[in-house]
Design a protein around this ligand. Structure first.
Ligand SMILES: Nc1ncnc2c1ncn2[C@@H]1O[C@H](COP(=O)(O)OP(=O)(O)OP(=O)(O)O)[C@@H](O)[C@H]1O
Ligand SMILES: [Mg+2]
Length: 228
């Protein structure tokens, strides 16, 4: 049986010649699991997220050794759209992820690129907005939203591709308490629906929803004792 997400002996260095940022990462994430990754700034959390989501090696240069497997298939061999329908990633700053004039356009963008038919896209927009409880904002412009609302739309735009794995890279760091509460509720619902969730976090208060916590220190996982 293959895991949703598996990492074997992963090393990665950016093209800047400064050496390995990830230094021998091994990881297995199970279906329906919320796996949290914590670590100090600069420990390599985002770099690991780029590797898990195929941004490395498909978009960034540099040298990657080892393997990331999504349901048993290597990200290096999968095409970017094949990855996007299996795994979605939401970043810390929603402004880097949102670029469409309306919420509806934003959520439709991914499915449109996959040439999914209009009727199905309409259904996916409805479903994604319901999942993030933003139905009433369908025709609104994300530019005018709060940070928390923008994050929910960024998440909806990822959910419209129906991925089984979701990665959240410090998505709650720039939003208020109410926004954090909403995102945590949705993450729990995604788990209940059998999705695999990887959440990178620096706020211990958000780790209560995690099934397991891994500590990343200088590009390697260390035994987690409850402190950084
Ligand atoms: N595009 C890049 N080119 C070269 N080096 C990079 C690049 N992005 C990140 N790094 C370096 O890789 C290391 C790990 O950075 P990364 O952003 O993965 O850490 P992080 O744990 O996500 O930090 P933070 O908590 O601040 O988000 C840092 O030394 C950083 O300077
Ligand atoms: Mg980061």
């Amino acid at each position: 049986m293959s895991y949703p997400l598996e990492v074997h002996n992963l090393y990665y260095s950016y093209p800047d010649g400064k050496g390995d940022i990830l230094k021998g990462i091994n990881l297995k994430a199970e279906e329906g699991e919320i796996l949290a990754i914590v670590g100090l700034s600069g420990s390599g959390k985002s770099t690991l997220c780029y590797c898990l989501s195929g941004i490395i090696p498909h978009i960034f240069g540099g040298e990657m050794r080892g393997e990331v497997l999504i349901y048993g298939e290597s990200t290096g061999k999968l095409k970017v759209p094949e990855i996007a329908t299996r795994l979605g990633i939401v970043f810390q700053d929603p402004d880097t992820q949102l670029f469409s004039p309306t919420v509806e356009d934003e959520i439709a963008f991914g499915p449109e690129n996959l040439c999914i038919d209009r009727e199905e896209i309409g259904k996916r927009i409805d479903a994604a907005l319901m999942q993030v409880r933003m139905e009433e904002f369908r025709f609104g412009s994300p530019n005018h939203f709060s940070g928390g609302q923008k994050q929910l739309i960024a998440l909806a735009s990822v959910l419209s591709l129906k991925p089984d794995i979701l990665i959240f890279d410090e998505v709650m760091s720039q939003i208020d308490t109410e926004g954090r509460r909403a995102i945590k509720e949705i993450i729990k619902e995604l788990k209940s629906a059998g999705k695999t969730v990887i959440m990178v976090e620096h706020d211990w208060g958000n780790l209560d929803i995690a099934d397991r916590v891994l500590l990343l220190k200088d590009g390697k996982f260390e035994a987690f004792s409850g402190t950084l």
